[in-house]
Design a protein around this ligand. Sequence first.
Ligand code: ATP
Length: 238
Amino acid sequence: MRVGIFGGTFDPVHVGHLQVAEAAESLFSLDRVYFVPAGRPPHKQSLPHASAWDRFAMLVLATKGRDRFFVSTIELETEEKAYTVDTLAKLRALFGGDAELYFIIGADSFEEITTWKDYERLFSLANFIVMSRPERSLEFKHLPPSLREQVMELSAGQTARPERGHRIYLCRAVSNEASATAIRDAIRSGRAIDGWVVPDVAGYITKYRLYVNIDEANIRSENETSHTQHERRPVDCH
Ligand code: ATP
């Protein structure tokens, strides 16, 4: 079985996310794609704006009617920060050795991958599908040589089939400008978000009055002492 794992804050889930998941599903013939909302994302400076329950509910609404898309609670079930490497190790054990795991990530997040906890181990736990994002370059120069040689670049329209020796696929299949930050900004300033989220998600946001009264600058994690907060767990923890 080929399983896609798509991690993110999904605050809220938008059409860009769905397009990324659809492209990955069809390019790599994935049997399932699991959306994995983060409880407390280790690599973001601010805490999510909507609660875990709301983000989970919006994901369920956004994926309803798509038989191959599932929403996982694996990172919501713990009070601890969940690091991707730990989540992938758990999923690896859960699905068993026969499953091929594909971690799905946007170009902007991939730019920062070397700051994630145990990032080199990530690539031994899953293949990587890195999806293009407007105004972000699809780069891999930041990877060490041993990982660079596992990169395969797919041109737009190319039908991917994993080849031996390649585990990191750079895909130019998506060009979608949706961003959760821009959507939250629009809601706060009373602008329409039609087209950026699916109608059920838009209805949910309106009904539960999400994102109307937030101040992006003032919502910080309590742990924010440095300029950026990376996935890498500080050495004095564990
Ligand atoms: P924010 O604006 O708050 O940073 P976001 O729109 O990037 O949020 P996330 O939940 O942080 O949403 O993203 C989850 C994953 O989806 C990340 O790997 C991100 O790079 C990717 N992603 C999000 N939007 C797009 C998009 N429009 N095109 C390609 N990848 C995307």
